[in-house]
Design a binder for this molecule. Structure first.
Ligand SMILES: [Zn+2]
Length: 124
């Protein structure tokens, strides 16, 4: 056996029977690296929808706390698909409650605003 290869002992129950097996640690690392890359690229796709700005108020999200938001809330049938997800600042997320985007913008900003030429409410 190659002395540089490390294995991790894993177990699973299969039909109530404990099965033990060994997995190459490099394979586990590869799996998590790939998973991390996928998550990062999904985050970037969502952030790019609003040029890394808050979907609701338009401020930059570069150096502030942010949350992922469902455009169509899950309680109204919205999914976790990328097409239904946007980023907002923590402030907007906590203030918005169950208002839709137009209601929230009117309440927060006094009017519908088209920030930097981007219409944030437009579905993509
Ligand atoms: Zn905001």
């Amino acid at each position: 056996m190659n002395s540089h290869v490390q294995f991790r002992r894993c177990h699973d129950f299969v039909d109530g029977v404990l099965i033990e097996y060994y997995v190459d640690l490099k394979e586990i690392e590869k799996y998590f690296e790939e998973r991390t890359r996928n998550i990062k690229s999904k985050k970037n796709i969502i952030l790019n929808k609003s040029n890394h700005n808050c979907w609701y108020c338009g401020q930059s999200l570069e150096n502030i706390a942010r949350d992922i938001e469902h455009q169509t809330p899950k309680c109204k049938g919205g999914t976790n698909d990328i097409s239904n997800l946007v980023y907002s600042c923590k402030n907007c997320n906590s203030e918005k409650y169950n208002r839709n985007i137009e209601e929230y913008r009117k309440w927060k900003l006094g009017k519908d605003i088209n920030f930097n030429g981007i219409f944030y409410g437009e579905s993509l």
